[in-house]
Design a protein around this ligand. Structure first.
Ligand SMILES: *[C@@H]1O[C@H](CO)[C@@H](O)[C@H](O)[C@H]1NC(C)=O
Ligand SMILES: *[C@@H]1O[C@H](CO)[C@@H](O)[C@H](O)[C@H]1NC(C)=O
Length: 247
């Protein structure tokens, strides 16, 4: 760079008027380009999203969940080609986060028939991605319409997740009313449950059927006066008044 050129450059940068002109130019450039790069409204079609499946090393790896799209490139070892979570890349496989079914139609964004707590669990996975990875836009389809607005289906899913959360809270409160048994297990002696106060009984978890569609039992401790309540099961081979049972 010759001296003359340096001088003229210096005079451009230091002249107050051209300084303002430069600022205006910069601002105009920012306004022109930033919406494209930073808007949270970037919309993807399923076909566009599929390109970001980790096959092409030059492209970021993107993943959809409940119609939100995240850049998971920093988790390449998991989401990239050959990684254990690669089936989540380039698509929205919301259902598979709770079903664990990564084959064929298992890789769908439909949550049809899942329980409210399972739906809540998918919503928690989406929260995890918001916290851990960069949010880059929305997938047009089941969860967002062509304008990027949430669909009826999305609103239904969020309402169902909220019901799931309420049920779980209720279950916690119910369970806290009955102390759980102590338990331990060892290779030599097998399993054992016991109560410091009261007698071990198997009980149906409250609300479990509403929550998961399945029955599930736990061990709780009951005092002498409560033993005639309905729904209490004595452990097989255990004495009615024992406070310790093999399981
Ligand atoms: C994965 O992405 C590549 C390009 O990045 C594309 O050619 C290929 O079709 C995609 N695979 C699927 C299953 O969509
Ligand atoms: C996964 O889902 C597909 C389609 O719904 C079904 O045919 C298949 O049996 C499922 N696999 C497992 C292991 O549940």
């Amino acid at each position: 760079m010759n001296y003359f050129y340096k001088m003229s450059l210096k005079s451009i940068v230091t002249s107050p008027l051209s300084g303002i002109a430069l600022l205006v130019l910069l601002a105009a450039l920012l306004l022109t380009f930033s919406p494209k790069f930073y808007t949270p409204q970037r919309l993807f079609s399923a076909e566009e999203l599929a390109l970001f499946n980790g096959t092409d090393e030059r492209l970021p790896i993107l993943l959809g969940i409940l119609g939100s799209v995240f850049d998971v490139t920093k988790g390449k070892s998991h989401y990239g080609a050959g990684g254990g979570y690669n089936h989540f890349a380039g698509r929205d496989a919301s259902r598979a986060f709770v079903s664990g079914n990564f084959t064929g139609d298992g890789l769908t964004d439909s949550l049809r028939g899942l329980s409210s707590t399972e739906v809540k669990s998918v919503v928690e996975w989406r929260d995890f991605y918001f916290k851990t990875y960069k949010y880059v836009g929305k997938l047009v389809g089941r969860y967002y319409d062509g304008q990027g607005n949430p669909t009826k289906y999305m609103k239904g899913v969020e309402a169902k997740a909220a019901r799931g959360a309420q049920l779980l809270d209720k279950q916690k409160i119910e369970e806290a009313k009955l102390p759980s048994c102590n338990s331990r297990w060892s290779q030599d002696e097998g399993g054992e449950v016991w109560c410091d106060v009261g007698h071990p009984r198997m009980v149906q978890r409250p609300l479990e059927i509403a929550l998961t569609g399945k029955m599930s039992k736990r061990c709780a401790c009951f005092e002498e006066s409560q033993l005639n309540q309905p729904g209490l099961e004595v452990y097989e081979g255990c004495d009615y008044h024992a406070n310790r049972c093999k399981v």
